[in-house]
Design a protein around this ligand. Structure first.
Ligand code: FAD
Ligand code: MG
Ligand code: MG
Ligand code: MG
Ligand code: MG
Length: 466
């Protein structure tokens, strides 16, 4: 029988340490997954739970469909449409033991084959009877594993630039989205009380997006869409004063695309009045302005102060502390700065039974959902066929890249490995972009909700509320 029949919440106060190996008596090996993102949830979906006892540990009780996150701050897509609770995936695993701890893994004890977890509640979708060891009164525990799959992702990198952490906003998790919306709304409200021409009004209506990768470009495009399509109808005089800046350190945005498409993208952004700053690095962020340094020649650069009301930081990631702590303990990982070094079977170098997939692994590939998903699929195949140690190496198949630019225009480069299937930019590409994103969503509930959000958008304005 399935269904969530047990949901145990641990008392927060006690600090008793317990070691949990819930399923060790049934002869199956325990596979423990860290993370509920693209890597972790894809692994959970594909692992054969009749062959392994499966435990997933993640502080985030939902999967997040990151490709559509840039659409949520302005309400093009609703936040709830692109998250899916972990238990909705877990209850589909009806052939064996699956357990979920809503907890943070704080340490991988590779010598003991355990993971220390903190502040957790425990969800066993199949009921207490299948879960012999109950966990009560613990806010910390060690979970035993035979195989560990690390898929904890990475965290936003501020490159140590002063002020970013304090004044900037990230767009990485779902809770970042309403924060950005709230700040933009409050700035609009405050600006509306100030007379035209007041520099404070101009500052409040300035949004700066740092990072010219897909996240930064799509976020800038979505913000501009809101301004042009909705705000213009409510507050036309405010809408015409909103200025969005996009700052990129390289000489080009979206550098994963061919130059024909990147120049098209730049043209679209400029037409929609987004101001592009290329070869520009932010060197300092203050509460009301930031300092940007633009390279004008090999030897010269120009400093500029840009007053801003909203700052969105989307420049890339760095490894989480659970990963950097582990790296320090393994000689084979010495000096690795970007994440866990893995071999061609995705096994963490220097360890026997720990694997890493997705953004926390360094396999020479881009940190994308596409990569994390394929790595998870590969690894579950190896596990399901009992080929651990004897499998063929992991091979990545590139399906291309997509980016939304705003104004119902997108660029796409769709490939099958080295074969190019489609390349283009414009309105048709925008519909292709939508179709492909729908197909990539990993739950039907979420897919249905996104489709209805887009349908609603054709009839009404965006939900842009605090
Ligand atoms: P994540 O998906 O980030 O998942 C990490 C998980 O680990 C989370 O559940 C987190 O809560 C959990 N975790 C963190 N710390 C711990 C801990 N200590 N213990 C246990 N669990 C922990 N890629 C594409 O291919 N196409 C796109 O269009 C695209 N668009 C993107 C748009 C945005 C806005 C962003 C931010 C990313 C986008 N990406 C895209 C990149 C893609 O989302 C990542 O590459 C992908 O999420 C990596 O998967 P992951 O499982 O490694 O990490
Ligand atoms: Mg993950
Ligand atoms: Mg994710
Ligand atoms: Mg997946
Ligand atoms: Mg990776």
């Amino acid at each position: 029988s399935s269904g969530i029949s047990s949901f145990k919440t641990a008392a927060k106060k006690s600090t008793t340490q317990a070691t949990l190996s819930s399923y060790s008596n049934n002869g199956k090996k325990n596979v423990v997954i860290l993370g509920s993102g693209w890597g972790g949830i894809s692994f959970l979906q594909h692992i054969d739970e009749s062959k392994y006892n499966v435990t997933l540990i993640s502080p985030r009780p939902h999967f997040l469909f990151t490709p559509l996150l840039p659409s949520t701050p302005v309400g093009t897509v609703d936040e709830k449409s692109i998250i899916e609770p972990v238990v909705n995936f877990a209850v589909k695993k009806t052939k064996g033991n699956v357990s979920y701890y809503e907890a943070q893994a704080t340490k991988i004890n590779h010598a003991e084959n355990t993971v220390t977890i903190k502040s957790f509640s425990h969800v066993n979708p199949f009921g207490a009877s299948k879960n012999p060891e109950s966990i009560k009164k613990n806010d910390s525990a060690d979970i035993k594993y035979d195989y560990l799959i690390s898929a904890v992702g990475a965290e936003p990198n501020t490159f140590g630039i002063p002020g970013v952490e304090k004044h900037g906003m990230f767009l990485k998790e779902i809770e970042h989205s309403p924060k950005i919306r709230k700040q933009f709304i409050e700035n609009i409200e405050r600006a509306n009380l100030l007379p035209k021409g007041d520099p404070e009004r101009k500052r409040l209506l300035t949004l700066v997006v740092v990072g010219g990768g897909p996240t930064g470009v799509e976020t800038a495009g979505e913000l501009q869409d809101y301004v042009d399509q909705d705000l213009k109808k409510y507050l036309p005089s405010i809408a015409e004063e909103v200025q969005i800046h996009l700052i990129e350190a390289l000489p080009v945005i979206l550098n994963m695309f061919e130059s024909k498409l990147t120049s098209y993208a730049q043209k679209v952004l400029e037409q929609t009045s987004i101001k592009l700053h290329l070869k520009t690095a932010v060197s300092e962020v203050k509460e009301t302005y930031l300092v940007a340094k633009t390279k004008v020649s090999d030897t010269e650069s120009k400093l500029e102060e840009i007053p801003y009301g909203t700052l969105i930081w989307a420049t890339g990631n760095k490894p989480r502390s659970i990963v950097t702590d582990l790296i320090k303990e393994i000689p084979e990982q010495e000096g690795s700065r970007r994440g866990l070094l893995v071999d061609e079977h995705l096994k963490v170098k220097g360890l026997n039974n720990v694997y890493a997939i997705g953004d926390n692994a360094v396999a020479g590939l881009a940190p994308t959902a596409q990569v994390a998903h394929q790595e998870a699929e590969y690894l579950t195949k190896v596990f399901n066929k009992n080929q651990i140690g004897s499998a063929k190496p992991f091979k990545y198949l590139h399906y291309g890249a997509l980016a939304y630019l705003g104004a119902e225009k997108a660029i796409a480069n769709i490939t099958y490995g080295k074969r190019q299937l489609y390349t283009g930019g414009g309105l048709i590409t925008f519909y292709i972009w939508r179709l492909l994103y729908l197909s990539m969503i990993i739950s039907w509930r979420s897919r249905f909700k996104v489709m209805s959000d887009w349908f609603k958008l054709a009839l009404f304005k965006r939900d842009f509320f605090k």
